[in-house]
Design a protein around this ligand. Sequence first.
Ligand SMILES: [Zn+2]
Length: 414
Amino acid sequence: MPWVGGKIPEVRSNQTIGPSSKWRVSEFIYRDSSSWKANLVRERFVWKDAWSILAMEVPKEEGEDYRYWNFTKSGRFSVSSGYDYLFNKYAVDSRTLDDHDLVALRLIWKLNILPKWKYFVWKIFYDGLAVKVNLVRRGLNCDTMCNYCGLGEEDLQHVLRFCSVAELSWNTSSLRINPFENESWPLRKWLRSYILLYHSEDGWNGGRLQNFIALLWSLWKVRNARVFRGEGGHPGAVFAMLENQLQEVGTFTSGREESPIGGPREPPGYHMVHIGREKAFHNGLECDLACQKSGKAGWGMAISSNLLFEGETAGDHGRAVSSVHAEAKACLLALTWASNRQISQLRVNTDSAALISYLHMGKVSDISIVGTIGDIKAMGCRFRQCTILKVPRQEVDKADNVARRCSILGYSIP
Ligand SMILES: [Zn+2]
């Protein structure tokens, strides 16, 4: 049975083939302590596979067996993951936004605009709209040239910025934008610069930001009408759509000045999670996390903003199946550290967006990490406030040093 990372683990050459075909996984587990029989595993499997086995979590309690699809993090089958699997192209989507993008997205989320626009802008940032270049990337067989101007490949940058219809629309709109200014900037950076500019100059109720997003939306809608319904797709159609959209948003926002628009308070992927009893942000004791995952894993934490504990660190080393697994262990270590010192309010900084995503999930089904995430959540409840926040890598420098030392030298710093 291929039970280790989708493969059958390799048996050491000094083992006899006959009996090895009858080994069962349960033979390698201590039932009482829910842990691997490390010596037996090392004795029977080659070093690399033994390592992989020992890094796997053993469930603490007996549970019903269930089907697990190994190619989505949720463990549930989806057509698109099956498709990717068949084409042997499966890779976890690692496109993450940088912190400037997150600031811009969060700002969009707080605007009093149509919710569909928010998701639209969010999808642009994740390059998640079905333009031809993205379809081809997903394995669809079609030509990628823009069928309006024929002058470039149809990616989002083209549709929303460089296509002749987009260029003319931006130039003649009330915003008077020349989309070829800063031509080398990727679309995300270009969008972000206008979002931040309009917001800083006009504030929350400025019309320019709204017009900017409405024009993006109109370009996209008119492109779709052209591609799917064969409509002309000229700038005239873009402006008609724009007018129509601005009316819609006018109706939508009238009488809504007081309360912000419903729906999730943070854009998907905005990285913060409260696991304490009070779901509030705490600015007192801060603790940074980091991990090293090259060969032997190491993880560490460092207190960064508290006079009493300033500069204190803790770290450990051991096995982890992935960097997020190691980061989760760092998080658990930090919570244990704080709990032992009777600290009730804590903010934990991590540069791992994946860790935050796992902590956000109601039920984690990724079997490689479910135990550690469960332990973190259980421990989090003991704190009055406990927030895990995504921060840039450079902010967790000190913890990173600790993790490196623990990984290389095999330290444990309690
Ligand atoms: Zn074009």
